[in-house]
Design a protein around this ligand. Structure first.
Ligand SMILES: Cc1cc2nc3c(=O)[nH]c(=O)nc-3n(C[C@H](O)[C@H](O)[C@H](O)COP(=O)(O)OP(=O)(O)OC[C@H]3O[C@@H](n4cnc5c(N)ncnc54)[C@H](O)[C@@H]3O)c2cc1C
Length: 419
């Protein structure tokens, strides 16, 4: 028989893990998560050696709402016996693999997570019914989509031989199968942290002929100053939510480097490696090529050729044997069936209208909330795309489900007056 839960969460990434960790607030109500990966994990294809988190460890699943919660990062460190070793190692920001292992540890303590199950259809028949491969998995009163993002691969890259096309998320795994030929030419496309990590991974592999092509006019660093961090606090989010959509869009594009810039340490690593190799071998292993938009690609005999438009409206062609694409990410598709979709208010882009409590506007929203997490950067601000205040988002969702304030949080020490 199909099981019934108070809430079903699609995806067991940090967004829904945080919510599930805090769901006891609504006990005896329960939440069940369905996850398409076959085991706990987190961006497992992007755990290259040396990569670091872009956020501090206190920004875990629960601590900013409840630092006494058993699933805090600090409790993970203490109970797994690694706290002194981590402190002693003196990391500025923790290795990404540490955060991944923390999530695996936390997921292991949460009940009702089913792995290896992709929800491909959600219907409404008086309850929300989540389905996979035709079978009904669960019925629930509420639904939370925490399905995250998927890599964006421009369509024109379909023309390339897949053996020579590496989507960044797979590079770590596939690099092990590539012949060890240091002079093989590579191109990496992308302007963000992921592209920089791919360049660093190729350097670590000994590659000596890498062209790094990006659209931005420079490979811009992450803006991580105190004033930038002001944008990632509940008080700013509250102010942001009062603004019109046009203003929010303008602000988000102006703030983008507080979220999507490259960690200065990653950039320094690449530039320092490049410099040293120039001293040692007489040539730079990485040619840094900003201000270029890749507009087309074709597969030649044993080579990939890219067409680029430069910022000065010039055209260029670049060839390499292998291409790594790190061209950003898009929201995972929504699994709503057509009848349910017809009940949902869509905006001019065809996206569900998202309310300030992360729920979408739809016909039965009074009794059945559908929340979308990490999909509303133009509603809630860039904070929605990041880990910075995950527990606060979970608290807002829980308050919305309860229909009253069951989770109180404070952000009182404010020296900034936003307008
Ligand atoms: C490599 C990388 C590093 C990042 N590092 C940071 C950082 O240091 N700090 C920061 O603030 N932000 C970071 N981010 C941005 C963001 O915080 C993360 O992407 C974060 O994982 C988002 O959490 P999420 O739960 O929304 O999505 P995800 O982590 O993507 O989780 C979504 C989950 O849903 C599953 N899923 C998708 N569709 C379905 C379906 N139909 N049925 C069942 N399961 C499904 C997926 O398998 C996945 O496990 C990073 C992003 C990337 C790509």
């Amino acid at each position: 028989m199909t099981q019934t839960f108070h809430t079903v969460g699609i995806g067991a990434g940090p967004a829904n893990l945080s919510l599930a960790a805090m769901y006891d607030t609504l006990a005896p109500h329960d939440i069940a998560l369905f996850e398409s990966r076959d085991r706990p994990g987190w961006h497992d294809g992007m755990l290259h050696s040396g990569v670091r988190m872009q956020t501090g460890w206190v920004k875990d699943l629960v601590s900013l709402y409840d630092p006494t919660h058993p699933l805090s990062f600090l409790n993970y460190l203490v109970t797994t016996g690694r706290v002194y070793a981590l402190l002693g190692a003196g990391f500025d920001t923790i290795p990404r693999i540490e955060y991944q292992q923390y999530l695996v540890w936390a997921a292991g303590q949460l009940p009702r997570i089913t792995y290896g199950t992709r929800v491909d259809r959600v219907e409404f028949d008086g309850a929300l019914v989540s389905r996979s491969g035709g079978a009904a998995l669960a019925r629930s009163r509420h639904l939370v989509l925490g399905s995250g993002t998927v890599p964006f691969v421009p369509e024109f890259l379909d023309a390339l031989d897949p053996r020579h096309l590496f989507v960044a998320d797979e590079l770590h795994q596939r690099l092990a199968t590539v012949p060890d030929e240091p002079d093989l030419p590579w191109i990496v496309i992308g302007s963000g942290q992921t592209s920089a990590e791919c360049v660093a991974a190729l350097l670590a592999r000994g590659c000596r002929d890498i062209r790094w092509i990006g659209r931005r006019s420079w490979f811009a660093p992450l803006e991580d100053s105190p004033s930038a961090n002001d944008l990632y606090r509940p008080a700013y989010q509250e102010a942001f939510l009062t603004l019109s959509r046009d203003v929010r869009e303008r602000l988000v594009s102006g703030q983008i480097l507080t979220s999507d810039g490259i960690s200065p340490g990653t950039l320094r690593g690449i530039y320092q490696h490049n410099y040293e190799e120039r001293l040692r071998t007489g040539r730079f292993p990485v040619t840094i090529m900003p201000s270029r938009t890749v507009t087309g690609a074709r597969q030649l005999d044993g080579e990939v050729e890219l067409e680029c438009l430069t910022a000065g409206s010039g055209e260029e062609r670049h060839r390499a044997v292998n291409l790594v694409v790190a061209a950003g990410r898009r929201q995972a598709p929504l699994p709503f069936d057509p009848e349910l979709t017809a009940l949902i208010d869509l905006d001019e882009r065809g996206e569900p209208v998202i309310e300030s409590d992360y729920s979408i506007r739809w016909k039965h929203a009074d009794d059945h909330k559908i929340f979308v997490l990490n999909r509303g950067r133009y509603v809630q601000g860039l904070v929605d795309s990041n880990l910075s205040i995950l527990p606060i988002r979970s608290a807002m969702v829980l308050n919305s489900i309860a229909g009253r304030t069951v989770c109180r949080f404070r952000d009182d020490y404010l020296s900034t007056r936003w307008a």
